[in-house]
Design a protein around this ligand. Structure first.
Ligand code: SIN
Length: 490
């Protein structure tokens, strides 16, 4: 299947990058292929741009900055609202495009488009609520005012696992705050970003406010982080790359938002409602075939309900349907590439060598390619690779524990701190555990915690800053304090 074989309306199929309002084709020999993970076939290509083109995009964003940030917040909000409307009008086509390049089931892709649109609507509303402050001055007659201003040109680096929603989660608050952006989508999934940028243009976002540079990450990332014009980097991806970008961005002391890796613990206590815990575990673990940074990566189950929980989980896992995202009833699509499948296999082999037992799945799916059978294993322990590193695949490792203290200590025994999930019907335990657990987000009797109104982000090596919510726009704003004193003549 190529891009033009999809049912996506042709106006949303962009195989060009966007710089300063002009759609730019690949120069000769400078294209990068995009593959459909469901088939391995080539969908199309996008320009493989370099540092030089990234600098052009930065210059365009710089030229557009003054006019954009000086528009009224209401004006920016109206444009964002039109963009939101266009995304929803094109929801089905955007979902088809997302499934074609990313692989997730169509139902999930539709959910992602709606989820992404919710950030555009939310930040359209927040644009008008960028309040400042007045502070009683220490000197009689003086006034102190704090006002907020757009940070400036922003580099936004988008991952392949949510190429549509995370484009919106970064670009919408940046635009609402008055920033302009240079976006680098993943080279694996550039089409969702390009389609959203096209819809933004249609909604009235002026040329140069959103630029999308496609291609290999290293030269583009280096150009974004080393430019003194770029004042902010917003990145979602691995902790390893986040650290590299932080180092590079430190040379020009840029603001940064980093949504990095997770290693989420999901803890089921003896007093949990098992159907609730199983349903939530399925949502958290198997959404996007286990390729989310908030996926349950370590599932701790208290000894008293271990067998019951395990049996119910295995029953639910058996009902998952593996196949191409466009297939009827499919709930688990392919993994993104061969390296992702190899990582799952490596984690499983290591776990088995260290004493784990695979009780469901455990191998590549008969469909071949990048399909992996949803897997459950017992006997997981802290020495296994899958306890230290996110597997990013459809693997549910079950650990057994005895006491609340032990569960907390195991859950916190990681350098990551993004999301966690606990299941209990004891309200005192809810407070004790949510206080003690070292993550930026906690789901209590809930496996899906991401939405536009809540602050998404981690602590420890899972990142810096928050996306979404009333806090998300602050990542794109600077505070300016002004002290106004009366003149000596007054
Ligand atoms: C991510 O995996 O990076 C984002 C997941 C989400 O927004 O729920």
């Amino acid at each position: 299947m190529t891009l033009s074989d999809t049912t996506v309306a042709s106006h949303l199929l962009k195989e060009e990058a966007l710089i300063g309002g002009s759609w730019q084709k690949a120069g000769s020999g400078k294209a990068i292929d995009v593959l459909n993970p469901a088939t391995g076939q080539r969908l199309g290509s996008v320009p493989n741009m370099s540092g030089q083109e990234t600098e052009q995009a930065i210059a365009s964003a710089q030229a557009a900055l003054g006019p954009w940030r000086s528009r009224s917040a209401g004006d920016r909000a109206r444009i964002l609202k039109r963009w939101h409307g266009l995304i929803l009008e094109n929801l089905e086509a955007l979902a088809q495009l997302l499934t074609a390049e990313q692989g997730k089931p169509l139902a999930e892709a539709r959910g992602e488009i709606a989820y992404g649109a919710s950030f555009v609507e939310w930040f359209a509303e927040e644009a008008k609520r960028v309040y400042g402050d007045t502070i009683p001055a220490p000197k009689a007659g003086s006034r102190i005012i704090v006002q907020k201003q757009a940070v400036g040109v922003t580099g936004a680096i988008i991952p392949w696992n949510f190429p549509s929603a995370l484009f919106n989660r970064k670009v919408a608050p940046a635009l609402a705050a008055g920033c302009t952006v240079v976006v680098k989508p993943s080279e694996l999934t550039p089409y969702s970003a390009l389609a959203l940028a096209w819809l933004a243009e249609e909604a009235g976002v002026p040329a140069g406010v959103i630029n999308v540079v496609t291609g290999d990450p290293a030269p583009i990332g280096e150009a974004l982080t080393s430019s003194s014009v770029v004042r902010k980097i917003s990145f979602t991806g691995s902790t390893k790359i986040g650290k590299l970008l932080l180092e590079q961005a430190s040379r020009t002391v840029k603001r940064t938002s980093m949504e990095l890796g997770g290693n989420a613990p999901l803890i089921v206590f003896d007093d949990a409602d098992i159907p609730t815990a199983v349903a939530a575990c399925m949502n958290s673990k198997f959404r996007n075939a286990g390729q989310t940074c908030v996926c349950a990566n370590r599932i701790y189950v208290q000894r008293g309900i271990f067998d019951k929980f395990t049996a119910a989980l295995v029953d639910a896992v058996k009902k998952l349907v593996v196949g191409p995202g466009v297939g009827e009833g499919v709930t688990i699509g392919p993994l993104i590439n061969a390296a992702a499948v190899a990582k799952v296999e490596r984690h499983l082999a290591d776990a088995v060598a260290k004493g784990a037992t695979i009780i469901e799945g455990g191998s590549r799916h008969p469909l071949g390619g990048q399909y992996f059978t949803p897997t459950v294993l017992t006997g997981a322990n802290a020495a296994m690779e899958l306890a230290m590193d996110e597997t990013f695949g459809p693997v549910a490792p079950l650990f057994v524990f005895d006491t609340e203290e032990e569960a907390i200590s195991l859950a916190n025994d990681t350098s990551y701190g993004l999301a966690s999930y606990i299941f209990t019907s004891n309200i005192d335990r809810v407070w004790r555990v949510t206080d003690a657990i070292e993550t930026g987000m906690v789901g209590v009797n809930e496996g899906l915690i991401s939405n536009e109104v809540a602050p998404f982000g981690g602590i420890k090596e899972s990142g810096l800053g928050r996306e979404g919510s009333k806090y998300g726009i602050d990542e794109f704003l600077e505070q300016k304090y002004i002290l106004i004193s009366p003149t000596l003549a007054a």
